[in-house]
Design a protein around this ligand. Structure first.
Ligand code: ZN
Length: 393
């Protein structure tokens, strides 16, 4: 453990309460500031509230002032901030500048983020690794300051907080599952797109481990059928499921989980029409929405949901991106996009689904949401354009 200045602890406190776009990047960025400011002891930090070693840039006008400062690489213009909050704002403004263009494509995990921006932020090839080493300490600092603020654990956790938390797991498949087990995730989803020699293949299917629980089987079946409905296709496998994988493939992706786990293959990357859907933002949103609904249905009380992007982020095969899409693009790119959208939707859900609902949706907008009785019967008459709710009681 390093000695952390009391000023830096205050920064951590402000940061833990700050509203930023990618909340899950707080620990890694705080770790970065630890490194940059020598745990809050650099002159730039103590005199100028600049914990990031941020050089002066025009874009920071209005948030920071220009100040001359001599660092290890000579005298230069640096940013001077007047508060913790302005430093936090200034840091993110700094990252939004053109040299870091594309950074928002690298925000799924903290490691991915620092590996991407670290190459630009610093010339040291070890920079990202040094920051990564400090993440646990930063995490602790962020949670501890929370407690210090009230003197005890706050009795009411965040007043407006979602009931789901989503975390992405990376590394080799077994490691992802072990990590999700350790975190006590309540459900595990690995996202893929299917691929076949024939470009006509178009069914939706879910793989489960050979040792899958009945919840996994029911959840997977529900998802495969809902996807087939959504996209007007059919289900593959046995009623939408490959239990234990197709010829064993896929089993190892799930078999080490302690919680219900499914591997999704909603559409075919090799089918040109489906590839177009996969590449479109509206298609990704439709896929995400079905996934979210399946999670709400099978895990209504909320909890930690583990997401795994198929192929990507494996240590053993770091370049694997899965199948090529007909017409361009790679499977894992789009699996990740769908999961990111699903994460956003899930984390904004504030109450468990406790009643049966019927909804009318246009594009991404919900036009109507009605609660109906569990026993009501529904019929759709396409001639009259009428959905009838029939109450038999
Ligand atoms: Zn795949």
């Amino acid at each position: 453990m390093s000695t952390i200045s009391s000023q830096f602890k205050k920064l951590a406190k402000h940061y833990s309460n700050a509203e930023i776009k990618y909340k899950h990047l707080k620990p890694v960025t705080l770790a970065q500031w630890m490194l940059e400011s020598g745990f809050g002891t650099s002159k730039l930090a103590t005199e100028n509230f600049n914990f990031g070693g941020l050089k002066w840039r025009q874009e920071l006008e209005g948030i920071a002032e220009k100040v001359q400062y001599e660092a290890h690489d000579g005298i230069d213009d640096y940013c001077k901030f007047d508060s913790f909050d302005n430093f936090i704002k200034g840091y993110w403004k700094f990252i939004e500048r053109p040299p870091y263009a594309g950074w928002e494509n690298h925000v799924t995990t903290d490691v991915e983020y620092i590996k991407y921006i670290g190459k630009i932020y610093s010339t040291s090839s070890l920079y990202a690794d040094k920051v990564i080493d400090l993440i646990p300490e930063a995490e602790q600092l962020l949670t501890n300051t929370d407690k210090e603020a009230t003197g005890r654990l706050s009795q009411q956790p965040n007043p407006v907080s979602g009931i789901y938390k989503v975390r992405f797991y990376t590394g080799d498949y077994r490691d992802r599952q072990m990590d999700a087990n350790k975190d006590k995730a309540i459900a595990y989803v690995e996202h893929h797109f299917n691929s076949f020699e024939s470009s006509l293949a178009s069914y939706s299917v879910v793989t489960t481990g050979a040792n899958a629980s009945s919840t996994s089987l029911n959840w997977g079946r529900w998802y495969a059928h809902a996807i087939a409905q959504e996209f007007g296709t059919t289900v593959g496998g046995s009623g939408g499921l490959f239990v234990g994988g197709a010829q064993g493939k896929g089993d190892g992706n799930l078999r080490y989980t302690n919680m219900p786990a499914i591997l999704l293959e909603p559409l075919f990357a090799s089918n040109p029409q489906q590839a177009d859907i996969i590449r479109s933002e509206s298609g990704q949103t439709r896929l995400a929405r079905v996934l979210v609904e399946s999670i709400q249905r099978f895990f209504p009380d909320g909890g930690l949901i583990a997401f795994s992007v198929g192929h990507k982020y494996k240590k053993s095969k770091p370049r694997d991106m899965g199948a090529a899409l007909a017409g361009g693009g790679m499977e894992a790119t789009y699996s990740e996009k769908v999961l990111l959208i699903a994460k956003t939707i899930l984390e904004n859900i504030e109450t468990p689904q406790t009643s049966r609902q019927i909804r009318v949706i246009k594009g991404n907008k919900e036009l109507l949401n009605l609660v109906i009785d569990e026993d009501d019967e529904l019929t759709w008459d396409p001639v009259r354009g009428l959905l009838q709710v029939i109450d038999h009681s």
